[in-house]
Structures are given as structure tokens and as C-alpha cells.
Design a protein around this ligand. Structure first.
Ligand SMILES: [Zn+2]
Length: 598
């Protein structure tokens, strides 16, 4: 069993608060964690299409808090509510197996009543997109209880809550009315992260979208509940009459003209409006912690309004921090099959779950950050490896070892990244630097035997027995190179020496190449070659190869730069490339000698 991280970071602070609130709601402080009530935290996700990677924060924030509470010995339920009984609003663009025009006919139906994209193994639209996210959450080590709102509503689980809301529709209407303005805010499902243009588009739609969140208003007055039509399955219905005593409800459908009278005490094909549905569920599940997107801090937001409505259901508003949006940097144009939306699965193809968990754990929810799909991922991995090494070396500040130690907050974030209360996540046995693995994958282009040779030469005293030792990190780096690095940044090693360039070299340049070639065999390892390539310009200028920067004139830096540029030109025909020691190892000694004109 993993220990509590026993340090103060944002996760610990929320865990303290959530445990305290959970006990306050029960009978008071429990004698021990084992005697305490089950702590309930929640996330909500809409499977209306591919689930945007940014929405992972909706899950990771409560996950990290739940995990800390679990580490302290309390029982926790992390609910993930799938809002799969919401209406299908629009057809996302560019989804494989979806003809945009023919799917238009499904707009207005519950997401679970829309067919899955063609070729999908799943029974409907919602299940198709839930499956991908569920798989990613498993890889990330997120333990949760899934709740399908379709299953809840259509089996009558919320019957009493619906009848209660209908009885109290006047109060609900009065609360909602405090926030109704001419220029209503756009539809704000709490967890929807959208591209800016789409958000603007919805804002321009105006009050129609907002009313939809509130409920149904017609000549018969306001109702917080809307049936899906018994004929066309769409929510284009208006409640025209309701009797509190008999629970008889009459509706008509503006879509197909159908109408009927049903008894709400036995009818299961409709749902509460979003702004009522959400607080109803806080009360029903006893949710103590549920964050929401930063756009919900505004007056009239679902969270604010929900905080007033939840009392009608006899519940309390959860502790609900607003989280800032998560950006994505430099994702290459995705294949049209995923509609251009980066998902958690896309991130997990290029980075290990530990790194992705770390990005969320180390930033407070109100801090925005970016998930790197571009070159930045290499720097991020360097930073992660450095922290990992510090933690493994036990050089935390608490141990008093001074310089180079990890701060307590960093140690906590690291612990949350590498595992959960259930144990450590599977890790790459030999986590060689990501940038090295990426370079090797770049240069070897899928030739595994070549990759194994190069990686073994990095550290000749301790060679790799098999590529499995560097997996899955190698696979992630390889996918990154193949899917995210533009063709003009890929490394293509020259087939033939650049005879013209070699012939045109002046005497000092020729001498630098000779010095390098003479030292090649002796220095054939990652460390050795680093020493050699930096050392050559020093030796040429009359200094020892191991002279430190302080002992050298600044011109040495210029000499090193032009020496490196020369090597890149001779090896790969460009000004830059992967780090030279890695590149040299990847190219191989024999070919290096040929290309450098020996
Ligand atoms: Zn209809």
C-alpha cells in the first residue's frame, strides 16, 4: 500500500478540506478513517464526440484528491457521470464513419440513441466515444465508478427527484429568473472545452441556447423537465399541461407534430434541464467535491445557480474549484478520423502516463498549462527525468543534503505521477532520455536491430539486452517522431559524402575533422562522444580537452558552434539536427568515417 505523500501541496489541502466537509455532513469527526463515511467526489463528461484532452482536467482534479484521501485510509467513490442522455447537439466535423449530412437527422435525440460511426464496435454514439476515454483513464491509473445518465433516467432512478422538481418548479423558476437577462450566456455544459471559434459561434446563438439549459417554457408556464418525443425521439417537445396530483403530463413535439399525455410517476423517457439536473445529482449522490471549468465563475453559471437549487433537493453544493483551461502546443494536424480534436489517447501515444499525470499534479487547478506535442516535449521529459533521479536518490530537502535537492511540493507531485493508492504504474525499466530515443527512432526509421545496436553503444559498460528494456518510452518517442515532427525537421543521414564541401574546407576545419576521427574509437559512447565533440575546438585553440568554460575565452563557443554546423552538414546536410553524440552513435562509426571524408 502506498503511503500518504505527507506533504503540503494543493492536492493535500483539498483532501483536508474534503474530508472535513464529508465528516461535517455526517455525524461529525470519525474515530478513524475506517469509521468515516465514504467520501464522494465527482466528474462529468459528455460523450458528444471525441473527448478533448483539455477535459481530462475534469477527471484528473478529483482523481488526484480522491487518491490522496484513499492513501490516508478513507473509502472514496470517484463518480464519473457520463452525460450520455444529453441531446445530440450537432454533428462534429471530420469523424471517420460519419456522413455529416445523414447524421443531421439525429440532432435532438439522446446521445445513446444516435448510431455509432460506421465500423464502430460499439452500440451507439455515446458508447463509441466513452470507450476511448475509458481506455485512456485505465492507462492513467484512474479508478472510478461510471454512471450512465441514460441508464439512470430510463430506469426511473430519479423518479422522486423529478416529481419533486416539478412540484417545486415555481421556486426553481424564480431562482433561474434572477439570472435571466436579454443577452443570456452561451450553453455552458460545465466541462466542455471548445476551440475558440466554436465558443464564439455558440455565444452568438444567444438566449435560445441558455433556455435549453434552464428547462421548458411555454404557455403553460415553466417546467424543469423535458420528455424526449415518443415518435421521433427528439427533445423538440413542449410541456403543455401538468397535474401535480395525478402527475399527468401532456406534451407536443414541434419536430414531428406528435403529442401525448403520460403519467410522470411511471414515465422514464425524459430528463431534467441541465441547470436542475446537475444540483439534483449533487444531492442524490452526496457529492462533496466536484470541480468545473473556469467559465463557471460568472453569475448565472450552472455551478452558481446549482448552488441555489441544490437546497430544493435537500442537498449541499460541493467544494467546487474552478479549473483553468489546458492548452495543447504544436499538435500536428491530426488525421481527419479524429475530427482534429486532441484526445487523452493521442497524448498517451506520445508520452507515458506518468508524465501526463505529472503535468496535472504539479499545477494548481487555477493555473493553466500546455501539453506539448511539439519539441517542448523533449525538454519536459528532461525535467521529469531530473526530478525522478533526485527523488530516487533520496535527495529531498528534508534529508538535508543541500544543493540539487527536490522541493517537498515537487516530491509530492512526483509521487502522485508515478502511482496511486493501489500501487505504482508500470514504468519503463530503463528510462533512457526521451530525446535520445526520439533521435534514434528518427534515424533508424523502424529498424529495430539498428536501434538496439545504437542504444547499447550509449552505455557500453551496461548494454541493452533487448528493446523491451526501453519500452514503452521508446514506442512513445517513435510515435512522436512519426506523427508530430514535420518532414522538414526529420533527420535524413546522407548516403554519400559531400565531396564538394569536403574539398572546399580550409586547413583548420580539416584539422578539426582529423581530431574527431582520431578520437572516435576511444570515445564511442554517449558520454565519451560528448566529451570529444566539445573538446576538439578546445584542443585546436591550445587548451586541454577537459578545460572548463571559466578557463576558456568566449571565442571557443563560436568555434564549437561552427564545428557542430560543419558536422551536421557533412552527416545530415542541414545546419542542425539531433544532439551530436546521439547522432554519431546512430549513424555508426564506419559511416561517420566515410561521411567525414576519411
Ligand atoms: Zn417528435
Amino acid at each position: 500500500m502506498a503511503q500518504s505523500t505527507e506533504t503540503t501541496d494543493w492536492v493535500s489541502r483539498f483532501a483536508d478540506e474534503v474530508i472535513e466537509e464529508s465528516e461535517r455532513r455526517a455525524s461529525g469527526k470519525a474515530a478513524s478513517p475506517a469509521d468515516a463515511p465514504v467520501v464522494v467526489v465527482a466528474s462529468g463528461l459528455s460523450p458528444s464526440g471525441p473527448i478533448h484532452l483539455g477535459n481530462l482536467r475534469e477527471v484528473m482534479t478529483p482523481h488526484l484528491v480522491a487518491d490522496e484521501i484513499r492513501r490516508r485510509g478513507y473509502a472514496v467513490r470517484h463518480l464519473i457521470s457520463w452525460d450520455d442522455y444529453d441531446r445530440f447537439r450537432k454533428v462534429p466535423k471530420g469523424i471517420a464513419g460519419v456522413d455529416e449530412d445523414s447524421f443531421l437527422e439525429h440532432i435532438g435525440k439522446p446521445l445513446t440513441s444516435v448510431p455509432a460511426p460506421e465500423g464502430s464496435a460499439h452500440p451507439n454514439w455515446a458508447e463509441h466515444f466513452k470507450a476511448a476515454m475509458t481506455e485512456s483513464l485505465a492507462e492513467l491509473g484512474v479508478e472510478f465508478d461510471p454512471i450512465s445518465q441514460t441508464a439512470q433516467y430510463t430506469s426511473g432512478v430519479y423518479r422522486e427527484q423529478i416529481l419533486h422538481a416539478m412540484r417545486h418548479r415555481g421556486e426553481i423558476d424564480a431562482i433561474l429568473d434572477q439570472y435571466r437577462t436579454k443577452k443570456a450566456p452561451a450553453k455552458q455544459q460545465k466541462n466542455q472545452q471548445k476551440p475558440v471559434d466554436e465558443a464564439e459561434l455558440e455565444a452568438a446563438e444567444g438566449s435560445g441556447a441558455a433556455n435549453e439549459d434552464d428547462g421548458s417554457s411555454g404557455s403553460a408556464g415553466y417546467f424543469p423537465y423535458k420528455p424526449y418525443c415518443g415518435n421521433c425521439e427528439k427533445d423538440l417537445t413542449t410541456v403543455t399541461a401538468y397535474d401535480d396530483d395525478t402527475t399527468e403530463l401532456t406534451y407536443t413535439c414541434t419536430g414531428c407534430g406528435f403529442g401525448e399525455t403520460v403519467r410522470l410517476n411511471e414515465f422514464n423517457r425524459g430528463k431534467l434541464a441541465w441547470k436542475v439536473d446537475w444540483p439534483m445529482r449533487w444531492a442524490y449522490e452526496g457529492v462533496v467535491f466536484e470541480p468545473s471549468g473556469v467559465d463557471h465563475s460568472s453569475p448565472g453559471s450552472s455551478f452558481q445557480v446549482g448552488g441555489q437549487i441544490v437546497g430544493i433537493f435537500g442537498g449541499k453544493r460541493p467544494i467546487g474549484p474552478m479549473y483553468a483551461f489546458v492548452g495543447i502546443s504544436g499538435m500536428a494536424k491530426m488525421s481527419s478520423s479524429r475530427g482534429g480534436v486532441p484526445t487523452a489517447a493521442d497524448a498517451l501515444k506520445i508520452m507515458e502516463p506518468q508524465l501526463l499525470r505529472w503535468l496535472y499534479a504539479r499545477r494548481r487547478p487555477n493555473q493553466s498549462f500546455k501539453i506539448a506535442f511539439d519539441q517542448e516535449i523533449q525538454r519536459l521529459y528532461d525535467e521529469w527525468d531530473k526530478l525522478d533521479a533526485k527523488v530516487a536518490g533520496g535527495t529531498s530537502q528534508a534529508s538535508g543534503s543541500g544543493g540539487g535537492s527536490a522541493l517537498p511540493g515537487d516530491v509530492a507531485a512526483h509521487a502522485r505521477a508515478v502511482g496511486t493508492a493501489a500501487g505504482e504504474l508500470p514504468r519503463t525499466p530503463r528510462p533512457m532520455p526521451y530525446r535520445t530515443l526520439a533521435s534514434v527512432a528518427d534515424i533508424t526509421a523502424g529498424h529495430e536491430d539498428q536501434a538496439l545496436r545504437i542504444l547499447s553503444e550509449l552505455d557500453p559498460a551496461n548494454p541493452l539486452a533487448s528493446l523491451d528494456e526501453v519500452r514503452p518510452r521508446l514506442d512513445k518517442a517513435e510515435t512522436w517522431i512519426n506523427t508530430q515532427v514535420p518532414a522538414d525537421q526529420r533527420t535524413i543521414v546522407r548516403e554519400e559524402p559531400d565531396h564538394e564541401l569536403l574539398k572546399s574546407l580550409d586547413e583548420p576545419s580539416q584539422q578539426s575533422l582529423r581530431l574527431l576521427l582520431d578520437g572516435l574509437t576511444e570515445h564511442w559512447s554517449l558520454d565519451g562522444l560528448s566529451h570529444l565533440v566539445y573538446g576538439v575546438p578546445k584542443v585546436q585553440a591550445g587548451f586541454p580537452a577537459d578545460a572548463t568554460p571559466k578557463e576558456l575565452p568566449p571565442e571557443i563557443k563560436t568555434a564549437q558552434r561552427s564545428f557542430f554546423a560543419l558536422l551536421y552538414h557533412l552527416l545530415v546536410g542541414r545546419d542542425t539536427g539531433p544532439r551530436l553524440p546521439t547522432l554519431l552513435l546512430a549513424v555508426g562509426q564506419e559511416r561517420v568515417r566515410t561521411l567525414l571524408g576519411e
